[in-house]
Design a protein around this ligand. Structure first.
Ligand code: CP3
Length: 350
């Protein structure tokens, strides 16, 4: 038997394939603006990037939702755009506007990315991982620490576009018009992302997640090329150093491409977005894959009966298989903490 199946950590067991019931839970964006204690600390830290690169404060923010709700998972407080930033691309978070990067539109700009800077630039993130792991050992010994990075396609979208967009036409256009150039960027990101995740695991992350939020915008052929293949390449690199660490993949809006992703991307757990029917996924995806998800963040915001009905139908569909309860996308800032506490009670009651 794998030693981890004996782990006292329910989330780690579920991510390794045990049908733990009631299922373990954590929520995407559980640390953040819905928590008054986060807003207080964020005001002290100044800007968001300063908070992400201050290990003492970032570790504290990571632990806040674990303390308040007793979550089974602690997700590292950071951002997917730390990788481009550590590679040397200019990044700022404009208040109310989201992330803004100096857009990469040609070979010269892509050539200026410097993989040699990555581990040094991201050093504060690895220190946060060490501090959170120590904090969990002291305060919440059953909670699993999840490290993460962006999926390379999603990160490339922000890098090429320079900001959030409704269709990422510049990035997707480059992928069709100049696949060699886009492929060069993707290869840089595959190596950087693997290196970055391996360093998080070395520092104490017990599981890893890849957030590919814009994966579902791609045509099937492009999805294979820019989502499945790079993810499989990252997993091969991680496996050389950490053969057994569980990795969660989140190819958001993948629809029926989820089955091909589950079969070929190499991840052990697949996260379902809000639009995925958990009953379909339970049929389409074998039990060797743990599923995670997928309550609508708006149902959590609404609370009451809406929350109860939606959460119960997910539990019913997932009962008996390896499963981790989560949202289908990040928690919304106006969500009342009491609704989160009510959801935790409901899931824990099975
Ligand atoms: O889940 C967690 O609690 C861990 C922390 C985390 C953040 N971002 C913190 C954050 C994680 C896992 C992410 C991932 C991330 N970042 C994704 C993938 C998941 C998704 O939501 O689709 C993406 C696309 C980003 C890029 C990003 N970062 C955007 C678009 C924004 C602005 C939108 C927003 O919510 O403000 C950010 C900023 C950001 N990342 C914040 C937080 C808590 C808000 C910063 C603040 O406090 O003002």
């Amino acid at each position: 038997m794998d030693a981890s199946t004996l782990s006292p950590k329910p989330l780690l067991r579920a991510l390794k394939g045990d049908a733990v019931w009631p299922p373990p839970l954590w929520l995407m964006r559980q640390a953040g603006r819905h928590l008054p204690e986060y807003r207080a600390l964020r005001a002290q830290a100044g800007d968001f990037l300063a908070l992400c690169t201050n290990p003492g404060l970032a570790a504290e923010v990571t632990l806040q939702p674990v303390r308040r709700y007793g979550m089974d998972g602690a997700i590292l407080f950071s951002d997917i755009l730390i990788v481009p930033w550590a590679l040397g691309q200019g990044l700022r978070y404009a208040e109310g506007e989201g992330p803004v990067l100096d857009p990469l539109r040609d070979a010269a700009a892509i050539g200026r990315l410097d993989p040699a800077r990555l581990l040094g630039g991201a050093a504060p993130i690895f220190e946060t991982v060490r501090q959170v792991r120590a904090g969990l050992a002291a305060e919440a010994p059953k909670t699993t620490l999840i490290g993460f990075a962006g999926g390379v396609f999603t990160v490339a979208c922000y890098m090429v576009e320079g900001h959030g967009s409704k269709d990422y036409a510049a990035a997707r256009g480059m992928a069709y018009a100049d696949p060699a150039l886009f492929g060069r960027l993707i290869r840089i990101l595959v190596d950087a992302t693997a290196e970055y995740l391996i360093a998080q695991a070395d520092a104490g992350a017990e599981a890893l997640m890849l957030f590919d939020s814009w994966a579902g915008m791609l045509s099937p052929s492009q999805f294979r090329r820019w989502v499945i293949e790079p993810t499989a390449a990252i997993l091969r690199l991680i496996r050389k150093r950490h053969p057994a660490i569980p990795v969660i993949g989140f190819p958001r809006l993948a629809g029926p491409m989820l089955t091909e992703y589950a079969a070929r991307a190499g991840v052990r757990t697949v996260a379902m977005d809000t639009g995925m029917d958990p009953r379909w996924a339970a049929q389409a995806i074998g039990r060797e894959i743990t599923l995670q998800g997928n309550l609508d963040p708006l149902a959590l915001l609404a609370g009451g009966m809406a929350l109860e009905v939606e959460a119960r139908s997910i539990l019913a569909a997932m009962r008996g298989r390896p499963f981790v309860f989560n949202l289908g996308h990040g928690i919304l800032p106006p969500t009342p903490p009491e609704h989160v506490a009510a959801l935790v009670r409901l899931v824990r009651a099975g």
